[in-house]
Ligand binder design. Structure first.
Ligand SMILES: [Fe+2]
Length: 313
């Protein structure tokens, strides 16, 4: 089926599902065979539409589906170097692809194979009317194409979750933009919305984006969040996003790395006096001879200036 035609039919299926039409009614209205409609729904689900085919009926998912499984990556070496980034807000006029490219080149040079991203991959599309003037790409398809074409590539993989900006597409058109982007890039591994656990060898990392405004103290939200996680479930590294501020603390055996953003401050954030630090964490992990985590050492790299200054090495 031709691409545009298929999209047109998929949009119609989605609109009819929203109107609570049954599977058989949709078949009749769109003149589709039952196996054709079932096949299209499976494709739509894989492409990020917020629907699923369950027991012969189409189910509209009310929220992005979270993946509760731990994503396991085999790793047996003594030393592991990670790059932790967050809140790239791609497609915003204020995104910083130049910093991203610099970081991916540096990661490649340093042999980093695992980059972790804790959400707000895209700037999304808000229902705040003036946000559209802050976007390079206002449409769903435009944002997918932009990310697929421009997000830096490297020889390793980037593991990421969605944030509240990405999830705005759920509210407006029922689609998971991160899933749609990752389908077209083998080096981008989407772990689900808002929260996910990754295990690299014996190193357990939790990625968490979060919602809501910033707290009085930088550490408050992370501390309260960690308190809510049962001790047996706590990760070695808790990487959080959303607040556009960086900080580090260690509580019990968990190294909490609040990862800031990689975009310039938007007029909206400036008007509200919201903080906007640009930085990333480089994390060195060493394992003992049994493969257990022995030491975790984070290093912050900041990008405070408007322009990226490449230092001579
Ligand atoms: Fe953000």
């Amino acid at each position: 089926m031709e691409q545009n035609k298929r999209k047109e039919i998929c949009d119609k299926i989605f609109a009819l599902t929203k109107k609570k039409k049954s599977f058989l009614e949709i078949c009749k209205l769109l003149d589709l065979k039952d196996y054709e409609l079932a096949g299209l729904i499976t494709i739509m689900h894989d492409e990020g539409y917020n629907i699923e085919f369950v027991n012969g009926e189409i189910i509209m998912l009310k929220a992005p589906q979270q993946n509760k499984d731990i994503y396991k990556i085999p790793y047996e070496l003594e030393h592991l170097k990670l790059l932790l980034i967050s809140d790239t807000h791609l497609c915003s006029k204020y995104d910083r692809l130049d910093i991203l490219k610099y970081l991916y080149t540096k990661a490649e040079e340093q042999g980093v194979k695992h980059i972790l991203h804790s959400g707000d991959f895209t700037d999304g599309r808000s229902n705040r009317p003036e946000q559209v003037y802050e976007l390079k790409e206002p449409s769903y398809e435009g944002q997918i194409d932009y990310c697929v074409e421009k997000y830096p590539t490297f020889s390793g993989k980037t593991y990421f979750i969605s944030g509240n900006h990405d999830d705005w597409w759920y509210k407006s058109c029922g689609s998971d933009i991160c899933k749609a982007i990752a389908r077209q890039r083998e080096d981008l591994v989407y772990l689900g919305p808002d929260i996910a656990d990754v295990k690299i060898g014996n190193l357990k990392v939790r990625l968490f984006h979060g919602k809501g405004g910033i707290s009085y103290a930088k550490s408050y939200k992370v501390q309260k969040y960690l308190d809510s996680v049962p001790l047996a479930e706590r990760p070695d590294i808790l990487q959080t996003g959303h607040t556009h501020q960086a900080f580090y603390m260690k509580q019990d055996h968990t190294h909490c790395l609040q990862t800031s953003c990689l975009e310039d401050q938007t007029p909206f954030c400036r008007g509200l006096g919201l903080p906007n630090e640009k930085s990333c964490w480089w994390v060195d992990v060493s394992f003992d001879d049994k493969g257990n985590v022995y030491q975790i050492t984070p290093t912050l790299e900041s990008f405070d200036s408007k322009k990226l200054v490449k230092r001579k090495r």
